[in-house]
Design a protein around this ligand. Structure first.
Ligand code: AMP
Ligand code: MG
Length: 422
Protein backbone atom coordinates (compact mmCIF):
# COMPACT_ATOMS: atom_id res chain seq x y z
CA UNK A 1 0.00 0.00 0.00
CA UNK A 2 1.65 3.20 -1.20
CA UNK A 3 1.66 6.34 0.95
CA UNK A 4 -0.45 9.07 -0.68
CA UNK A 5 2.47 11.42 -1.40
CA UNK A 6 4.39 8.68 -3.13
CA UNK A 7 1.36 7.64 -5.16
CA UNK A 8 0.81 11.24 -6.20
CA UNK A 9 4.40 11.68 -7.37
CA UNK A 10 4.38 8.35 -9.20
CA UNK A 11 1.10 9.19 -10.96
CA UNK A 12 2.25 12.64 -12.06
CA UNK A 13 5.38 11.02 -13.42
CA UNK A 14 3.30 8.66 -15.55
CA UNK A 15 1.37 11.46 -17.26
CA UNK A 16 2.30 12.30 -20.83
CA UNK A 17 0.91 15.78 -21.44
CA UNK A 18 -0.89 16.60 -24.67
CA UNK A 19 1.48 17.40 -27.51
CA UNK A 20 2.14 21.08 -28.17
CA UNK A 21 2.01 20.52 -31.94
CA UNK A 22 -0.45 17.68 -32.54
CA UNK A 23 -3.00 18.32 -29.82
CA UNK A 24 -3.66 21.96 -30.55
CA UNK A 25 -6.64 23.84 -31.95
CA UNK A 26 -7.04 27.48 -32.81
CA UNK A 27 -9.95 29.25 -31.18
CA UNK A 28 -11.53 32.67 -31.36
CA UNK A 29 -10.51 34.63 -28.30
CA UNK A 30 -14.10 34.71 -27.05
CA UNK A 31 -14.25 30.90 -26.98
CA UNK A 32 -10.88 30.46 -25.30
CA UNK A 33 -11.98 31.12 -21.70
CA UNK A 34 -10.72 28.33 -19.42
CA UNK A 35 -8.55 26.77 -22.11
CA UNK A 36 -4.78 26.29 -21.91
CA UNK A 37 -2.45 28.25 -24.13
CA UNK A 38 -0.41 25.87 -26.29
CA UNK A 39 2.25 28.25 -27.60
CA UNK A 40 4.09 31.32 -26.40
CA UNK A 41 2.43 34.50 -27.64
CA UNK A 42 4.20 37.73 -28.38
CA UNK A 43 2.56 40.93 -29.57
CA UNK A 44 3.31 43.14 -32.56
CA UNK A 45 2.28 46.32 -30.75
CA UNK A 46 3.99 48.23 -27.97
CA UNK A 47 1.90 48.86 -24.87
CA UNK A 48 1.05 51.65 -24.31
CA UNK A 49 0.85 52.05 -28.07
CA UNK A 50 2.02 55.70 -27.78
CA UNK A 51 3.05 58.22 -25.15
CA UNK A 52 -0.16 59.32 -23.46
CA UNK A 53 -1.48 61.23 -20.51
CA UNK A 54 -2.47 59.48 -17.29
CA UNK A 55 -4.63 62.43 -16.16
CA UNK A 56 -6.94 65.17 -17.36
CA UNK A 57 -4.86 68.36 -17.57
CA UNK A 58 -2.38 70.20 -19.75
CA UNK A 59 0.58 68.89 -21.76
CA UNK A 60 3.54 71.20 -21.15
CA UNK A 61 7.29 71.56 -21.70
CA UNK A 62 8.85 71.02 -18.28
CA UNK A 63 11.43 73.72 -18.98
CA UNK A 64 8.58 76.29 -19.25
CA UNK A 65 7.07 75.54 -15.87
CA UNK A 66 9.82 74.28 -13.62
CA UNK A 67 10.11 77.57 -11.69
CA UNK A 68 6.40 78.15 -11.35
CA UNK A 69 4.81 78.61 -7.89
CA UNK A 70 1.83 80.32 -6.24
CA UNK A 71 3.92 83.54 -6.02
CA UNK A 72 5.31 83.22 -9.53
CA UNK A 73 2.59 81.58 -11.64
CA UNK A 74 3.21 80.80 -15.31
CA UNK A 75 0.64 81.40 -18.03
CA UNK A 76 0.70 79.38 -21.27
CA UNK A 77 -1.21 79.59 -24.58
CA UNK A 78 -3.51 76.67 -25.30
CA UNK A 79 -2.93 75.77 -28.96
CA UNK A 80 -4.90 72.54 -29.23
CA UNK A 81 -7.50 70.31 -27.54
CA UNK A 82 -6.55 66.62 -27.47
CA UNK A 83 -9.49 64.37 -26.65
CA UNK A 84 -9.14 60.55 -26.54
CA UNK A 85 -8.63 58.95 -29.92
CA UNK A 86 -7.30 62.12 -31.54
CA UNK A 87 -3.86 62.52 -33.07
CA UNK A 88 -2.30 65.88 -32.04
CA UNK A 89 -1.60 68.08 -35.06
CA UNK A 90 0.73 70.65 -33.54
CA UNK A 91 4.10 70.78 -31.80
CA UNK A 92 4.19 72.49 -28.41
CA UNK A 93 6.61 75.42 -28.62
CA UNK A 94 8.01 77.43 -25.65
CA UNK A 95 5.15 79.23 -23.89
CA UNK A 96 2.53 76.87 -25.32
CA UNK A 97 0.42 74.00 -24.00
CA UNK A 98 -2.37 71.69 -25.12
CA UNK A 99 -5.48 70.69 -23.22
CA UNK A 100 -5.30 66.89 -22.83
CA UNK A 101 -7.59 64.19 -21.45
CA UNK A 102 -6.79 60.86 -19.79
CA UNK A 103 -5.40 58.29 -22.22
CA UNK A 104 -4.93 60.84 -24.99
CA UNK A 105 -1.80 60.95 -27.08
CA UNK A 106 0.99 63.31 -25.99
CA UNK A 107 1.72 66.10 -28.48
CA UNK A 108 5.33 66.41 -29.68
CA UNK A 109 7.30 69.05 -27.81
CA UNK A 110 5.50 68.38 -24.49
CA UNK A 111 7.07 66.09 -21.90
CA UNK A 112 5.01 66.61 -18.73
CA UNK A 113 1.36 66.75 -17.66
CA UNK A 114 0.06 69.36 -15.24
CA UNK A 115 -3.14 68.14 -13.67
CA UNK A 116 -6.26 70.20 -14.22
CA UNK A 117 -6.75 70.77 -10.46
CA UNK A 118 -3.54 72.83 -10.29
CA UNK A 119 -4.48 75.23 -13.07
CA UNK A 120 -6.85 78.06 -13.84
CA UNK A 121 -8.11 78.51 -17.36
CA UNK A 122 -9.32 81.67 -19.03
CA UNK A 123 -10.24 81.36 -22.69
CA UNK A 124 -7.21 80.16 -24.64
CA UNK A 125 -4.80 80.66 -21.77
CA UNK A 126 -4.09 78.65 -18.68
CA UNK A 127 -2.22 79.65 -15.53
CA UNK A 128 -0.22 77.17 -13.46
CA UNK A 129 0.46 77.67 -9.75
CA UNK A 130 2.80 74.82 -8.93
CA UNK A 131 5.76 73.22 -10.69
CA UNK A 132 5.10 69.63 -11.68
CA UNK A 133 7.71 66.88 -11.45
CA UNK A 134 9.57 66.41 -14.73
CA UNK A 135 7.70 63.87 -16.88
CA UNK A 136 4.76 63.77 -14.44
CA UNK A 137 1.71 61.72 -15.49
CA UNK A 138 3.12 60.70 -18.85
CA UNK A 139 2.80 57.03 -19.72
CA UNK A 140 5.53 56.28 -22.19
CA UNK A 141 5.17 54.15 -25.24
CA UNK A 142 6.27 50.53 -24.57
CA UNK A 143 6.63 51.29 -20.85
CA UNK A 144 4.60 48.18 -19.97
CA UNK A 145 5.38 45.96 -22.93
CA UNK A 146 7.74 46.04 -25.91
CA UNK A 147 6.52 44.63 -29.23
CA UNK A 148 8.12 41.30 -29.99
CA UNK A 149 9.08 40.39 -26.45
CA UNK A 150 7.34 37.44 -24.74
CA UNK A 151 3.79 38.32 -23.76
CA UNK A 152 2.28 35.08 -22.42
CA UNK A 153 4.02 31.73 -21.90
CA UNK A 154 2.52 28.41 -22.99
CA UNK A 155 0.85 26.18 -20.42
CA UNK A 156 -1.24 28.83 -18.66
CA UNK A 157 -5.00 28.78 -18.33
CA UNK A 158 -6.78 31.64 -20.06
CA UNK A 159 -9.03 33.67 -17.79
CA UNK A 160 -10.30 37.23 -17.98
CA UNK A 161 -6.93 38.93 -17.44
CA UNK A 162 -5.05 36.83 -20.02
CA UNK A 163 -7.90 37.27 -22.49
CA UNK A 164 -7.73 41.05 -22.02
CA UNK A 165 -3.96 40.96 -22.63
CA UNK A 166 -4.44 38.94 -25.82
CA UNK A 167 -7.19 41.30 -26.99
CA UNK A 168 -4.93 44.31 -26.46
CA UNK A 169 -2.22 42.59 -28.46
CA UNK A 170 -4.87 42.00 -31.16
CA UNK A 171 -4.32 38.25 -30.93
CA UNK A 172 -7.85 37.11 -31.64
CA UNK A 173 -7.03 33.59 -32.84
CA UNK A 174 -5.41 31.64 -30.04
CA UNK A 175 -3.61 28.28 -30.11
CA UNK A 176 -4.92 26.20 -27.21
CA UNK A 177 -4.66 22.55 -26.26
CA UNK A 178 -7.68 20.50 -27.23
CA UNK A 179 -9.66 19.27 -24.27
CA UNK A 180 -8.39 15.90 -23.04
CA UNK A 181 -10.89 13.10 -23.73
CA UNK A 182 -11.74 11.14 -20.60
CA UNK A 183 -13.70 7.88 -20.86
CA UNK A 184 -15.80 7.03 -17.82
CA UNK A 185 -17.29 3.64 -17.06
CA UNK A 186 -19.09 2.24 -14.05
CA UNK A 187 -18.58 -1.40 -13.25
CA UNK A 188 -21.02 -3.49 -11.24
CA UNK A 189 -23.84 -5.89 -12.05
CA UNK A 190 -25.93 -4.23 -9.34
CA UNK A 191 -25.90 -0.83 -11.04
CA UNK A 192 -28.74 0.85 -12.88
CA UNK A 193 -28.84 4.31 -14.38
CA UNK A 194 -30.81 7.15 -12.79
CA UNK A 195 -33.56 6.75 -15.42
CA UNK A 196 -34.26 3.10 -14.61
CA UNK A 197 -36.68 1.78 -11.98
CA UNK A 198 -34.79 0.26 -9.11
CA UNK A 199 -35.32 -3.48 -8.49
CA UNK A 200 -34.52 -5.03 -5.10
CA UNK A 201 -30.77 -5.23 -4.54
CA UNK A 202 -29.91 -2.72 -7.24
CA UNK A 203 -27.95 0.50 -6.76
CA UNK A 204 -28.15 3.71 -8.75
CA UNK A 205 -24.95 4.49 -10.65
CA UNK A 206 -24.13 7.90 -9.21
CA UNK A 207 -20.42 7.68 -10.01
CA UNK A 208 -20.96 8.10 -13.76
CA UNK A 209 -22.63 11.45 -13.13
CA UNK A 210 -20.21 12.59 -10.44
CA UNK A 211 -17.14 11.70 -12.49
CA UNK A 212 -18.55 13.31 -15.65
CA UNK A 213 -19.12 16.52 -13.67
CA UNK A 214 -15.63 16.38 -12.16
CA UNK A 215 -13.99 15.75 -15.54
CA UNK A 216 -15.89 18.63 -17.15
CA UNK A 217 -15.08 20.96 -14.25
CA UNK A 218 -11.39 20.18 -14.76
CA UNK A 219 -11.68 21.41 -18.34
CA UNK A 220 -11.74 17.99 -20.02
CA UNK A 221 -14.34 16.28 -22.18
CA UNK A 222 -16.15 13.37 -20.51
CA UNK A 223 -17.05 10.39 -22.69
CA UNK A 224 -19.63 8.42 -20.73
CA UNK A 225 -19.48 4.73 -21.57
CA UNK A 226 -22.20 3.73 -19.11
CA UNK A 227 -22.55 0.71 -16.88
CA UNK A 228 -20.63 -2.50 -17.47
CA UNK A 229 -21.71 -5.63 -15.54
CA UNK A 230 -19.15 -7.68 -13.62
CA UNK A 231 -18.52 -9.99 -16.59
CA UNK A 232 -14.96 -10.34 -17.86
CA UNK A 233 -15.87 -10.27 -21.58
CA UNK A 234 -18.07 -7.19 -21.31
CA UNK A 235 -15.46 -5.40 -19.20
CA UNK A 236 -12.68 -6.31 -21.58
CA UNK A 237 -14.64 -5.03 -24.58
CA UNK A 238 -15.54 -1.71 -22.95
CA UNK A 239 -12.07 -1.06 -21.53
CA UNK A 240 -10.52 -1.79 -24.95
CA UNK A 241 -12.96 0.66 -26.52
CA UNK A 242 -12.14 3.24 -23.83
CA UNK A 243 -8.38 3.10 -24.32
CA UNK A 244 -8.80 3.36 -28.08
CA UNK A 245 -10.76 6.60 -27.86
CA UNK A 246 -9.60 8.45 -24.77
CA UNK A 247 -6.49 10.09 -23.36
CA UNK A 248 -7.39 8.95 -19.88
CA UNK A 249 -9.83 6.32 -18.64
CA UNK A 250 -11.63 6.26 -15.32
CA UNK A 251 -13.60 3.27 -14.14
CA UNK A 252 -15.23 2.93 -10.77
CA UNK A 253 -15.79 -0.29 -8.88
CA UNK A 254 -14.35 -3.75 -9.30
CA UNK A 255 -10.83 -2.99 -8.02
CA UNK A 256 -11.24 -4.44 -4.55
CA UNK A 257 -10.66 -8.00 -3.42
CA UNK A 258 -14.23 -9.23 -3.93
CA UNK A 259 -15.14 -12.27 -5.99
CA UNK A 260 -16.39 -10.10 -8.86
CA UNK A 261 -13.58 -7.55 -8.92
CA UNK A 262 -12.15 -8.22 -12.36
CA UNK A 263 -10.71 -4.88 -13.40
CA UNK A 264 -7.03 -5.47 -12.53
CA UNK A 265 -7.04 -8.90 -14.18
CA UNK A 266 -8.53 -7.51 -17.38
CA UNK A 267 -6.13 -4.59 -17.49
CA UNK A 268 -3.24 -7.06 -17.31
CA UNK A 269 -4.80 -9.22 -20.03
CA UNK A 270 -5.14 -6.18 -22.27
CA UNK A 271 -1.44 -5.45 -21.89
CA UNK A 272 -1.50 -2.69 -19.27
CA UNK A 273 1.33 -2.08 -16.90
CA UNK A 274 -0.13 -1.77 -13.41
CA UNK A 275 1.74 0.75 -11.26
CA UNK A 276 -0.51 1.14 -8.23
CA UNK A 277 -2.99 -1.28 -6.64
CA UNK A 278 -3.67 0.32 -3.28
CA UNK A 279 -2.94 3.65 -1.64
CA UNK A 280 -2.90 4.37 2.07
CA UNK A 281 -5.79 6.83 2.03
CA UNK A 282 -9.21 6.69 3.63
CA UNK A 283 -11.61 6.67 1.95
CA UNK A 284 -10.17 5.18 -1.21
CA UNK A 285 -7.72 2.39 -0.43
CA UNK A 286 -8.28 0.19 -3.50
CA UNK A 287 -7.01 2.40 -6.30
CA UNK A 288 -5.57 0.99 -9.48
CA UNK A 289 -3.35 3.06 -11.73
CA UNK A 290 -2.16 1.56 -14.99
CA UNK A 291 -0.77 2.65 -18.33
CA UNK A 292 -1.34 1.35 -21.82
CA UNK A 293 1.61 2.03 -24.07
CA UNK A 294 1.24 3.76 -27.42
CA UNK A 295 0.21 1.26 -30.06
CA UNK A 296 2.24 1.32 -33.26
CA UNK A 297 -0.70 0.46 -35.51
CA UNK A 298 -2.92 3.32 -34.54
CA UNK A 299 -1.35 6.70 -35.36
CA UNK A 300 -4.01 8.39 -33.26
CA UNK A 301 -2.89 6.44 -30.22
CA UNK A 302 0.63 7.79 -30.27
CA UNK A 303 0.84 8.31 -26.53
CA UNK A 304 0.30 6.12 -23.54
CA UNK A 305 -3.16 6.09 -22.00
CA UNK A 306 -3.47 6.46 -18.26
CA UNK A 307 -6.05 4.28 -16.54
CA UNK A 308 -7.56 4.94 -13.13
CA UNK A 309 -9.59 2.19 -11.52
CA UNK A 310 -11.32 4.00 -8.67
CA UNK A 311 -13.12 2.27 -5.81
CA UNK A 312 -16.87 1.98 -6.32
CA UNK A 313 -17.99 3.57 -3.08
CA UNK A 314 -19.36 6.93 -4.15
CA UNK A 315 -17.40 8.94 -1.59
CA UNK A 316 -14.19 7.02 -2.29
CA UNK A 317 -14.60 7.65 -6.02
CA UNK A 318 -14.90 11.41 -5.52
CA UNK A 319 -12.12 11.66 -2.95
CA UNK A 320 -9.66 9.65 -5.06
CA UNK A 321 -10.58 11.78 -8.08
CA UNK A 322 -9.82 15.00 -6.20
CA UNK A 323 -6.65 13.63 -4.65
CA UNK A 324 -5.10 11.68 -7.56
CA UNK A 325 -7.00 11.96 -10.87
CA UNK A 326 -7.49 15.70 -11.01
CA UNK A 327 -3.75 16.52 -10.70
CA UNK A 328 -3.00 13.99 -13.46
CA UNK A 329 -5.70 15.48 -15.66
CA UNK A 330 -4.35 18.98 -15.10
CA UNK A 331 -0.88 17.90 -16.18
CA UNK A 332 -2.26 15.95 -19.13
CA UNK A 333 -4.23 18.98 -20.31
CA UNK A 334 -1.06 21.00 -20.96
CA UNK A 335 -0.95 23.13 -17.80
CA UNK A 336 2.70 23.75 -17.02
CA UNK A 337 2.29 23.98 -13.23
CA UNK A 338 -0.23 24.03 -10.36
CA UNK A 339 -1.24 20.41 -10.81
CA UNK A 340 -1.34 19.44 -7.15
CA UNK A 341 -4.47 19.66 -5.00
CA UNK A 342 -4.63 22.90 -3.07
CA UNK A 343 -3.80 22.30 0.58
CA UNK A 344 -4.12 25.15 3.06
CA UNK A 345 -3.51 25.40 6.79
CA UNK A 346 -6.56 25.98 8.95
CA UNK A 347 -8.44 24.97 12.06
CA UNK A 348 -11.35 22.66 12.59
CA UNK A 349 -14.48 23.68 14.49
CA UNK A 350 -14.99 20.07 15.64
CA UNK A 351 -12.68 17.36 16.89
CA UNK A 352 -11.52 15.11 14.03
CA UNK A 353 -10.83 11.39 14.38
CA UNK A 354 -9.17 8.72 12.30
CA UNK A 355 -7.90 5.20 12.94
CA UNK A 356 -4.44 6.51 12.07
CA UNK A 357 -3.74 3.61 9.73
CA UNK A 358 -4.07 5.65 6.53
CA UNK A 359 -4.06 9.29 5.48
CA UNK A 360 -7.67 10.19 6.25
CA UNK A 361 -9.97 12.68 4.61
CA UNK A 362 -13.07 14.05 6.33
CA UNK A 363 -15.42 16.16 4.30
CA UNK A 364 -17.11 19.43 5.09
CA UNK A 365 -17.01 23.12 4.39
CA UNK A 366 -14.23 25.61 4.85
CA UNK A 367 -14.85 29.31 5.27
CA UNK A 368 -12.33 32.10 5.38
CA UNK A 369 -13.01 33.94 8.65
CA UNK A 370 -10.83 36.94 9.55
CA UNK A 371 -8.10 35.66 7.25
CA UNK A 372 -8.10 32.13 8.72
CA UNK A 373 -9.48 28.98 7.15
CA UNK A 374 -12.07 27.38 9.39
CA UNK A 375 -13.23 23.84 8.64
CA UNK A 376 -16.73 22.62 9.55
CA UNK A 377 -17.12 18.86 9.52
CA UNK A 378 -20.18 17.64 7.59
CA UNK A 379 -22.82 16.28 9.95
CA UNK A 380 -23.80 12.60 9.83
CA UNK A 381 -21.76 9.52 9.09
CA UNK A 382 -18.34 9.74 7.48
CA UNK A 383 -18.68 6.28 6.00
CA UNK A 384 -17.47 6.00 2.42
CA UNK A 385 -20.92 4.73 1.47
CA UNK A 386 -22.66 7.88 2.70
CA UNK A 387 -22.90 10.00 -0.37
CA UNK A 388 -25.65 12.24 0.94
CA UNK A 389 -23.68 14.39 3.37
CA UNK A 390 -21.02 14.96 0.73
CA UNK A 391 -23.31 17.55 -0.86
CA UNK A 392 -21.96 21.11 -0.53
CA UNK A 393 -18.49 19.89 0.36
CA UNK A 394 -15.86 22.40 -0.62
CA UNK A 395 -12.96 20.88 1.28
CA UNK A 396 -11.59 17.84 3.07
CA UNK A 397 -9.71 17.91 6.35
CA UNK A 398 -6.65 15.68 6.12
CA UNK A 399 -5.28 13.69 9.05
CA UNK A 400 -1.86 12.24 8.21
CA UNK A 401 -1.11 8.57 8.72
CA UNK A 402 -0.38 7.89 12.41
CA UNK A 403 -2.56 10.71 13.67
CA UNK A 404 -5.74 9.60 15.40
CA UNK A 405 -7.23 12.85 16.71
CA UNK A 406 -7.08 16.53 16.10
CA UNK A 407 -8.80 18.59 18.77
CA UNK A 408 -11.11 21.43 17.80
CA UNK A 409 -9.01 24.55 17.17
CA UNK A 410 -5.75 22.70 16.46
CA UNK A 411 -4.02 23.39 13.19
CA UNK A 412 -4.88 21.02 10.35
CA UNK A 413 -4.25 20.65 6.63
CA UNK A 414 -7.30 21.24 4.46
CA UNK A 415 -7.61 20.19 0.84
CA UNK A 416 -9.79 22.65 -1.06
CA UNK A 417 -11.92 21.10 -3.77
CA UNK A 418 -14.52 22.29 -6.27
CA UNK A 419 -12.44 25.35 -6.98
CA UNK A 420 -13.54 27.27 -10.03
CA UNK A 421 -11.19 26.94 -12.99
CA UNK A 422 -8.87 29.90 -12.80
P1 AMP B 1 -16.86 -2.07 -5.51
O1 AMP B 1 -15.71 -1.12 -5.46
O2 AMP B 1 -17.19 -2.51 -6.88
O3 AMP B 1 -16.64 -3.20 -4.55
O4 AMP B 1 -18.12 -1.27 -4.97
C1 AMP B 1 -18.17 -0.79 -3.65
C2 AMP B 1 -19.54 -0.28 -3.31
O5 AMP B 1 -19.82 0.87 -4.12
C3 AMP B 1 -20.66 -1.23 -3.57
O6 AMP B 1 -21.62 -1.07 -2.55
C4 AMP B 1 -21.22 -0.79 -4.88
O7 AMP B 1 -22.54 -1.14 -5.06
C5 AMP B 1 -21.03 0.69 -4.83
N1 AMP B 1 -20.86 1.22 -6.18
C6 AMP B 1 -20.05 0.70 -7.12
N2 AMP B 1 -20.12 1.42 -8.24
C7 AMP B 1 -21.00 2.40 -8.01
C8 AMP B 1 -21.51 3.45 -8.82
N3 AMP B 1 -21.11 3.62 -10.08
N4 AMP B 1 -22.39 4.32 -8.28
C9 AMP B 1 -22.79 4.15 -7.00
N5 AMP B 1 -22.35 3.17 -6.20
C10 AMP B 1 -21.48 2.28 -6.69
MG1 MG C 1 -18.44 -3.87 -7.72
Amino acid sequence: MLPAQQAEALILDLVQPLDHLRDVETLDLLSAQGRILAAAVSGALDFPHWDNSAMDGYAVRYADVKTCSAEQPVTLDIIEEIPAGYQPQQTIQPGQTARILTGSMMPTGADTIVIQEETQREGDRVTLFAAPKPGAFVRHRAEFYQAGSPLLPPGIRLSAAEIAVLATAQTVQVPVYRRPRVAILSTGSELVSSEQTLQPGQIVDSNQYALAALVASTGAEPICLGIVPDQPEALSRTIAQAIATADLVISSGGVSVGDYDYVDRILAELGAEIHVRAVAVKPGKPLTVATFQASGQNPELRRSVLYFGLPGNPVSALVTFWRFVQPALRKLSGLSSSWRPMFVKGRSRQELRSDGKRESYLWGQTHLIDGEYEFHLAGGSHSSGNLINLAQTNSLAMLPMGQTTRKAGEEIQIMLVNLPIV
